[in-house]
Design a protein around this ligand. Structure first.
Ligand SMILES: [Zn+2]
Ligand SMILES: [Zn+2]
Length: 200
């Protein structure tokens, strides 16, 4: 009998590789769903505001059902390990912060060498082993030791809308109305509008 793949295995299959960032997203999602007493959102029941675009966000999309395509994932480019989630049915919201993980000195040193492309084969293997061990340790921690969760008041973002499209007068691509620009009295898309601006 073959076993159903675990949630983690499905998250890894979606993302493409195993990594600590993905594990972080997994635990953040767990903490958020638990605090809100919610399950994965098939539609827009939940929304998430993520403050970075790291590997963690892929796990959050997969586990919570807050996705870019459905319009219930909002990206704020603040570079912080902070994630807010809200439930549209009862107005509850939480902010989840990652607690400091504590840097492993050997791992940090090896990461620098791997990223610089100067690590030996042994160093690369050691780096992978340490990463795996770190990930296992991370999954073994209690949720309360990984994340700080607080209830917050949040202004709920509007639900996703479908807008009418117009054709760009320069490239012919269809563009949704709120993103269209006017140049020389013609309706154009943003890339065509930027080209126009650069001429001046
Ligand atoms: Zn990753
Ligand atoms: Zn265009």
């Amino acid at each position: 009998m073959c076993q159903e793949p675990s949630l983690w295995e499905r998250v890894v299959a979606f993302h493409g590789h195993e990594c600590l960032g993905l594990a972080i997203g997994m635990r953040v999602s767990e903490a958020a769903l638990q605090a809100l007493g919610s399950r994965r959102a098939p539609d827009e029941e939940l929304f998430a505001i993520v403050e970075n675009d790291s590997c963690a966000v892929d796990a959050i999309q997969f586990v919570t059902g807050c996705t870019l395509g459905k319009g219930n994932l909002f990206f704020r480019d603040y570079g912080r390990q902070v994630y807010s989630f809200g439930r549209r049915d009862n107005g509850q919201a939480v902010r989840v912060r990652l607690k400091p993980l504590g840097e492993d000195k050997e791992y940090s040193r090896l990461r620098e060498r791997v990223q610089a492309g100067v690590a030996s084969r042994d160093e690369r293997e050691r780096f992978a082993d340490l990463g795996k061990a770190q990930q296992e340790r991370f999954f073994g921690l209690a949720l309360a030791d990984v994340c700080q969760v607080e209830k917050i008041e949040l202004t709920f973002p509007g639900k996703a809308r479908i807008f009418a499209s117009v054709a760009c007068a320069r490239c012919g691509e269809r563009v949704m109305e709120p993103r269209a620009r006017v140049r020389d009295g013609q309706i154009v898309c943003i890339p065509c509008s930027d080209e126009y601006q650069r001429r001046w």
